[in-house]
Design a protein around this ligand. Structure first.
Ligand SMILES: *Cc1c(COP(=O)(O)O)cnc(C)c1O
Length: 508
């Protein structure tokens, strides 16, 4: 029996023909013939090369043999079934020794998924459905397996767009928030609007200020709110600064709370921020570029409690979820707002008299015209790993960072930048070489410590063994910021890192 999707559509001689398995070159050739014109013949020629006298490696033969005997519609023992994609890392693939089987099976799975996708999108009856629904659904962060809302907006509400990164998603949020309060800004520009004020914590990402600059709001109109010792925005200071801005005649329109700050990995208290935004009628944005993916983890999603009260959320699958750059979404609670804010209905592209439901034309929500199909990589990974696969991957990274924290928090020569367990995978610490460890003179100690992290990082790069970023923050001199987002990392890697820093920094 032919397997699912692409292959079962072959029709004529499907039943009982093992050549119909997606994993055989013969079946690929048959499939290629389905495409008309140039594409079909090119694919056919490509796939048919050396078909007769192929000298497949024994590993290849083994995989092919396994899958030829397998219809893969039910539990079985073929190699494909045995390979857990959510647990497969680049280190398992070639050139790893014994990586042949894993590599071949992995690539076959990718090809199968992609061919199934291509066929569905070539099928006229589903074409619109795929283009429209796939992006809208994923942008609303629903996942197909359980069709459950991850953010938690009521009644499946939500709108969104994939953008070229978190910085742009944040700028979109500011744009939509301004439009919501002053729709006339779209036609009349900033001269029709009073002086605005936006609020974000002093630890927030620089893109909030860049967005304000780009939108003509100005960086001076972004008011930085104090963060506490562990990097969280202080709600009392937020409210105080909002009242103060109003007294000065400014109009507060936008608060950006950060879920997972870039340096400390801190999560702002979203419920407290939401209360203040509600009281003062201000748009609440959550910059979850880094920490938003924790929503995929049942163990860690409590850190974003209150995100369901946000008006908009930035979420970067290209960070914690390892989707290749770039994959970032801005999610907006109110449906239709982005469309109204950005659409111009260019008549040569977004014709209103098309023969299908125009709600599938989502392109006018964006500032861009031509765009990447950014959803595709995410969709493909989600199909392959599943929600549980992503969850396992995220939990693993957090477990590794906790392991690192536990190992260095009381270790001689290491000092944590802030007290307590990190909330995300950012572990911030100083390494104090023996020569600095017992210095009495505080100023001298600070001065020398400031130079340690850059010196060790330079040695790391010269040695080619590892690489950890560093930076100062506020009044704190340069410290290491170890961020774990690669689930293929191991406990041994962490042990090595600690030893390596000791080794490279001893004499400083
Ligand atoms: C990385 C980051 C951004 C920017 O995202 P890009 O995709 O690099 O543009 C915004 N906010 C936070 C909190 C980030 O960590």
């Amino acid at each position: 029996m032919a397997s699912t999707g692409f292959w079962s559509r072959e029709g004529e001689n499907a039943a009982g023909d093992s050549n119909q398995s997606p994993s055989t070159p013969r079946a690929w050739c048959l499939a290629a013939q389905k495409f008309t014109g140039d594409l079909g013949s090119k694919l056919y020629a490509l796939l048919n090369v050396g078909e007769g006298n192929k000298t497949a490696s024994s590993a290849t033969k083994k995989v092919l043999a396994a899958s030829e005997n397998c219809d893969c519609n039910k539990p079985c023992n073929c190699s494909k079934r045995n390979l857990d994609l959510s647990n497969l890392y680049s280190t398992d693939l070639l050139p790893a020794s014994d990586g042949d089987l894993a590599t071949i099976t992995f690539l076959q799975e990718v090809v199968d998924l992609m061919l199934a996708y291509i066929v569905t999108s070539f099928d006229r009856s589903t074409k619109v459905h795929i283009r429209g629904r796939a992006s809208v659904r994923a942008a609303g962060v629903r996942h197909s397996e359980e069709d459950e809302e991850i953010i938690g907006w009521q009644d499946g509400q939500g709108d969104g767009i994939f953008s070229p990164g978190g910085a742009i998603s944040n700028m979109y949020a500011m744009l939509v928030a301004r439009f919501k309060m002053f729709p006339e800004v779209k036609e009349k520009g900033m001269s029709s609007v009073p002086r605005l004020a936006a609020f974000t914590s002093e630890h927030s990402h620089f893109s909030i200020k860049k967005g304000a600059a780009a939108l003509g709001i100005g960086t001076d109109s972004v008011i930085c709110i104090k963060a506490d010792e562990s990097g969280k925005m202080m709600p009392l200071d937020l409210e105080r600064r909002i009242v103060e801005a109003k007294q000065k005649g400014l109009v507060p329109f936008f608060v950006s709370a950060t879920a997972g700050t870039t340096v400390y990995g801190a999560f702002d208290p979203l419920h407290a921020v939401a209360d203040i935004c509600k009281k003062h009628n201000i748009w609440m944005h959550v910059d979850g570029a880094w920490g938003g993916s924790l929503l995929m983890s049942r163990k860690h999603r409590w850190k974003l409690d209150g995100v369901e009260r946000a008006n908009s959320v930035t979420w970067n699958p290209h960070k914690m979820m390892s989707v290749p750059l770039q994959s970032s979404a801005l999610l907006v609670r109110e449906e239709g707002l982005m469309q109204n804010c950005n659409q111009l209905q260019a008549c040569y592209l977004f014709q209103q008299d098309k023969h299908y439901d125009l709600s599938y034309d989502t392109g006018d929500k964006a500032l861009q015209c031509g765009r990447h199909v950014d959803i595709f990589k995410l969709w493909l990974m989600w199909r392959a790993k599943g929600t549980f696969g992503f969850e396992a991957q995220i939990d693993k990274c957090l477990e590794l960072s906790e392991y690192l924290y536990n190992k260095i928090k009381d270790r001689e020569g290491y000092e944590m930048v802030f007290d307590g367990k990190p909330q995300h995978t950012n572990v911030c610490f100083w390494y104090l070489p023996p020569g600095i460890r017992y210095l009495e003179d505080k100023e001298e100690r600070r001065r020398r410590l400031h130079k340690v992290a850059p010196a060790i990082k330079a040695r790391m790069m010269e040695n080619g063994t590892t690489m950890v970023s560093y930076q100062p923050q506020g009044d704190k001199v340069n410290f290491f910021r170890m961020v774990i987002s690669n689930p293929a990392a191991t406990f041994e890697d962490i042990d090595f890192l600690i030893e390596e820093i000791d080794r490279l920094g001893q004499d400083l």
